[in-house]
Design a binder for this molecule. Structure first.
Ligand SMILES: Cc1ncc(COP(=O)(O)O)c(C=O)c1O
Length: 383
């Protein structure tokens, strides 16, 4: 049987990983500035994370959500503390798309309304509602097409205000990434997020903060939305939450009341995933990783701004996008093949850096040195 080919693959087989480094099956070492697509938050195979999952595995791997699961309550308490979202409620699932799917459903259940506002270039996942709220027609199957999603231009206060003025009583919720990831690292402005908060309050709609990529400390605050000084009604999370162990979840404001059967899942909140998520929060706290992400990200962005060939730098913390000048389109390929550095991309020409929050200054220097040499290599070839 062959694999269903949905990804253009690098011809590299990664078989080992530690911290910010990965190794292929031939023993070649790579620096991971991509974090397996923003998933690696505390470093590959962090010893505390490995131990926590291993201990849980020996105690109990799985039981259904029909019984009390103390480890879920432990995770809810830890999340409450680190996010400072007092009295929010936690619903656990398995991925980012699933988190957004549940957030959107909940907004609709809660308000009894059907319309969702989403924004240009947004990415919210590939399940039915999450993909319908994603601004990329090429990944929306005919069965996912719906008139219930209203797309508005990102960061356009006027368009948002006009939409609410026209049909505010139909809007169930607004879904927005604090920093758009797949689009190429574009931050929502503080005024835009504050306007969403005010309009949702005025019209009784639910503010959904998609924090799947920009959350969990990556921006230097627990949620990138926190920079705007507002609380969303629902935060969706995944990626960095488990450091590679599949887990997602939503934090739900206290005023949204649960009802039996409203949401549900078989695997969501399983003990192994909760152990992984708890290990992540414990390491984040012990190693001050949020502060590290803020400081290291700032220094890295500053260094990038002065790097030869770089024409634009965007982002916050360790969620960074940069663009190279014309002629340097092959930089990612050269970084990977000749300098053994993994980076991410956003089409057509943005390079995304989403490393572990525990990346060291030496590793950041190694990346900058690789970038400098790769740039010189390409430029020398073209003269
Ligand atoms: C902002 C955002 N939301 C949702 C998702 C979907 O997450 P998953 O791939 O875990 O379903 C992603 C994935 O890249 C994302 O970046």
């Amino acid at each position: 049987m062959s694999l269903f080919q949905v990804y253009p693959l690098q011809p590299i087989a990664i078989t080992k990983a530690l911290g910010s480094h990965v190794w292929d099956d031939k023993g070649t070492e790579y620096l991971d500035m991509y974090g397996g697509h923003a998933v690696i938050s505390i470093g590959h195979t962090h010893p505390h994370w490995v131990k926590r999952i291993e201990t849980q595995l020996h105690a109990m791997a799985f039981y259904s959500n029909s019984v009390i699961m103390p480890i879920q309550e432990e995770l809810a308490a830890a999340l409450n503390k680190i996010s400072a979202k007092k009295d929010y409620q936690l619903f656990l699932c398995n991925s980012g798309a699933e988190a957004n799917e549940n957030a959107l459903k909940l907004a609709s259940f809660h308000t009894g309304r059907k319309k969702i506002i989403a924004f240009s270039k947004s990415f919210h996942g590939r399940t039915s509602l999450a993909v319908a709220a994603t601004d990329n027609p090429s990944i929306i199957a005919p069965v996912n097409e719906t008139d219930n999603i209203i797309f508005l231009p990102f960061n356009d206060v006027e368009a948002l205000t006009a939409c609410f003025a026209k049909q505010g009583d139909e809007i169930a919720g607004v879904i927005i990434e604090g920093i758009q990831g797949v689009a190429g690292i574009y931050e929502a402005t503080n005024i835009f997020l504050q306007t969403i908060r005010a309009l949702c309050d005025k019209h009784g709609a639910v503010y959904i903060a998609d924090s799947v990529q920009c959350g969990y400390g990556r921006s230097g605050k627990f949620f990138a939305h926190d920079y705007a000084g507002v609380n969303a009604d629902i935060y969706s999370m995944a990626k960095g939450m488990g450091n590679g162990f599949p887990i997602g979840g939503i934090l739900i404001a206290p005023y949204i009341k649960a009802k039996f059967g409203l949401l549900g899942t078989t695997f969501g909140g399983n003990p192994l995933a909760c152990a992984a998520a708890l290990a992540v929060l414990e390491v984040m706290e012990k190693e001050n990783l949020m502060e590290a992400a803020a400081e290291k990200g700032k220094a890295l962005m500053e260094a990038l701004k002065y790097s030869k060939g770089v024409k634009a730098v965007r982002g916050k913390g360790l969620m960074i996008g940069f663009e190279m000048e014309a002629g340097l389109e092959d930089i990612r390929k050269v970084l990977l093949n000749d300098y053994k550095i993994f980076t991410g991309e956003a089409k057509p020409n943005v390079i995304r850096l989403l490393p572990s929050l525990s990346i060291s200054n030496t590793e950041i220097e190694l990346f900058l040195k690789g970038l400098k040499e790769a740039t010189a290599q390409i430029l020398n070839k073209t003269v």
